[in-house]
Design a protein around this ligand. Structure first.
Ligand code: SF4
Length: 461
């Protein structure tokens, strides 16, 4: 299954990819692009021109699922105009629905389960040659892709996403991931380091290591390699400026990972640590494995070790049985931790999950009211934290021109705050010291300064 096609069978075709959901899906989309790229497919941003359309789906929340149905409905017109067009669906919904997607949408040619991306080349060939429609949901991942399929000719971003592990063993009662992504599996460290090296060689300056629970990286590897050891190895990649990672599970956050934030210069001082609820009763019902006090203690310890750390988290409102008191506990935890930013969601039943069977559902008006109240609180905290940045000089990794305004460039501080400032195209991909001069709800305004912190930075170094 892993030999490249003979040259005379390859020809230039175009591929359109639409990705919904999380960064893990973005990584899988990138992987598919590279595998098919090595077969002569070029990426297009115009769906109408595509020979192959890949829709990478998410069913972790309800909203992306609805988007999938409306997207697939819209593709009928293209398929009528171009019957040779092949439509592929991957991601969690593909894994969950399998053949049902083929039955429901006669435009879909190939359904790829969450462990099927590595087989896409052969499957697509089979669909083309036989005219059949397939759903492939393997139990096992394809072997690691050969280098020629994963090595990017040039990066289209200064940040690369690298999946370090798949699946999850935690079985939080609201979450579909263990059912659609399978049990936890860590990728070999050598392979991860190699991908980071390729990324840097192609122009990347920052890597984001992805996993559902990166803190438990290494289980099942022989010899065992811890997540902190992996971070150390990735940091050794010459030319790599920054490392970030997501997501961590609070119960598995270790003292050695906390220390890594000060011991590894390339590791950015930003941690995304979902807490989900501030109520112990709800946390127990979610099967999260920690109490609100244990979560808070880990944060206090982390701040002691690394005072400059920025914190973000996920939180959910309206979990079955959540009372007003439980919700107030969540607000209290937010007030005491004061996150730099927060991703907040309304609970919705997901198929297969235990929480979907729980009674005592919270009505939607209450859920919406709680979400607004929580978001209002967080907006105030985020703005206060952003305003506290004014006057500071931060090293910004310049990502590109700002979409918002002419002549402005955009980048992120080590703490993951977005900064817009007047700059130059030559600075893209470079670390530039920027003084923060103003603060808004979602971003900062800055002025580039010289390395000593004074005067305008001219570039060129
Ligand atoms: S830790 Fe819980 S919420 Fe996160 S992926 Fe695993 S089961 Fe889902």
């Amino acid at each position: 299954m892993t030999q490249p096609l003979p040259k005379d069978r390859t020809r230039s075709r175009s591929l359109y990819v639409h990705t919904l959901g999380c960064q893990m899906n973005e990584y899988d989309s990138l992987r598919l692009r590279r595998i098919l790229g090595a077969e002569g497919y070029t990426s297009t941003s115009h769906m109408e021109e595509a020979d192959v359309i890949f829709l990478n789906t998410c069913s972790v929340r309800e909203k992306p699922e609805q988007k999938v149905y409306s997207f697939l409905g819209r593709l009928r017109r293209l398929k009528t105009r171009n019957p040779a067009l092949k439509i592929l669906v991957g991601g969690c919904m593909a894994q969950q629905l399998g053949r049902q997607l083929l039955d429901r949408f006669d435009t879909v040619d190939l359904v790829l389960g969450t462990r099927a991306v590595g087989y896409v080349r052969e499957l697509l060939e089979r669909v083309r040659e036989t005219g059949s429609r397939l759903a492939y949901l393997p139990e096992e991942e394809a072997p690691e892709d050969p280098p020629c399929w994963t090595q990017a000719p040039a990066a289209d971003s200064i940040t690369a996403l690298i999946t370090i592990m798949q699946g999850c063993d935690n079985f939080c009662t609201y979450c579909i991931v263990p059912y659609v992504r399978g049990r936890e599996r860590s990728r070999p460290p050598e392979r991860i380091v190699l991908e980071a090296k390729w990324a840097v060689e192609s122009g990347v300056r920052e890597v984001v290591l992805l996993g559902q629970n990166v803190n438990s990286y290494g289980h099942g590897l022989s010899p065992r390699v811890s997540f902190v050891e992996l971070l150390g190895r990735v940091q050794e990649v010459p030319g790599l400026s920054r490392i970030r990672f997501t997501t961590s599970h609070p119960k598995d956050l270790t003292e050695s990972l906390m220390k890594a934030f000060v011991e590894l210069p390339a590791l950015c001082p930003h941690l995304h640590l979902p807490f989900q609820s501030g109520s112990d009763r709800v946390l127990r019902a979610m099967n999260r494995g920690y109490t609100a006090a244990q979560y808070a203690q880990k944060i206090y310890r982390l701040r002691e070790i690394c005072p400059e750390i920025a914190l973000s988290a996920d939180v959910m409102v309206g979990f079955p049985g959540e009372t007003e008191k439980d919700f107030q506990d969540t607000l209290e935890l937010m007030e005491s931790i004061r996150f730099d930013s927060l991703f907040s969601f309304i609970y919705s039943d997901r198929p297969f999950t235990r929480a979907a069977q729980f009674g005592d559902k919270v009505d939607s008006a209450t859920k919406s009211r709680r979400l607004s109240q929580l978001q209002e609180l967080q907006a105030r905290i985020t703005l206060e934290k952003n305003r506290a940045e004014v006057g500071a000089v931060r090293e910004v990794l310049v990502e590109g021109e700002s979409k918002a305004s002419n002549g402005q460039f955009t980048g992120r501080t080590p703490q993951n705050r977005v900064v817009n400032f007047v700059g130059s195209r030559q600075w893209i991909g470079r670390l530039i010291p920027v003084r923060i001069v103003d603060a808004y709800s979602h971003s900062l305004k800055g002025e580039a300064v010289s390395r000593g912190g004074e005067g305008f930075f001219q570039g060129g170094d």
